[in-house]
Design a protein around this ligand. Structure first.
Ligand code: ZN
Length: 202
């Protein structure tokens, strides 16, 4: 019996097993599928970078985002922030994690973004069909059971994406470390339509 076999719905255990690497769900590429032209996926990325660099010209920018905006978003692979928001190279800071939730580390990045690199606006983006809706705080307990150590971080799982956007906006607005908390807006990106829906902070 594993730590994951109690009372989990199929989706929970699949997500958990996926993260823990205990099983290999069908959606995860096998080693042979991940291998491209005899190399690994990372080899493929490095090759792509060589082509990118060959065509690259130094835009001569400094590190301060042109639009003075920081975007905090989920790491979801279906969310192309630059395309979806019409952003160009150099326009913004992008801070991404599982769920796009405002953790202490996101506050750390926003604080540096605002105080050292001149951003003033914050845009928060969650999305429909987020994997975080299939995880629960039991994840930490299950981890502890498996590895004998409880993670210091919260899972930050959520059931209601709109409520989580509101909570994230609230965490930014009430942070004592940030210089600018007057322009903080939150959205849910629909992965089926590509449209953003703004969330009322109240
Ligand atoms: Zn997500």
């Amino acid at each position: 019996m594993t730590a994951f076999s109690h009372s989990h719905a199929a989706t929970d255990s699949q997500v958990t097993s996926n993260v823990m690497g205990m099983t290999t769900p069908a959606s995860v590429p096998t080693e042979s599928e991940g291998a491209i032209r005899g190399g690994t996926v990372t080899d493929r990325l490095v090759e792509a970078n060589e082509r990118y660099a060959a065509a690259f010209t130094d835009p001569g920018m400094d590190a301060r985002p042109v639009l003075h905006v920081a975007v905090v978003a989920c790491m979801d692979a279906r969310l192309d922030l630059h395309q979806a928001l019409g952003l160009e190279l150099g326009d913004c800071h992008t801070i991404r994690n599982a769920g796009g939730v405002v953790t202490d580390d996101v506050i750390r990045s926003l604080t540096i973004s605002q105080r050292a690199l001149g951003t003033r606006s914050v845009v928060l983006i969650h999305h429909t069909g987020c994997g975080m809706e299939a995880v629960t705080e039991d994840f930490r307990h299950d981890l502890e059971m498996e590895v004998g150590q409880r993670p210091a971080w919260a899972v930050e799982a959520f059931r209601d994406v709109e409520q989580d956007v509101r909570q994230s906006m609230q965490r930014v607005r009430t942070s004592p470390f940030l210089l600018h908390t007057d322009d903080v807006r939150g959205f849910v990106f629909d992965v089926k339509t590509g449209l953003l829906r703004e969330i009322d902070p109240e």
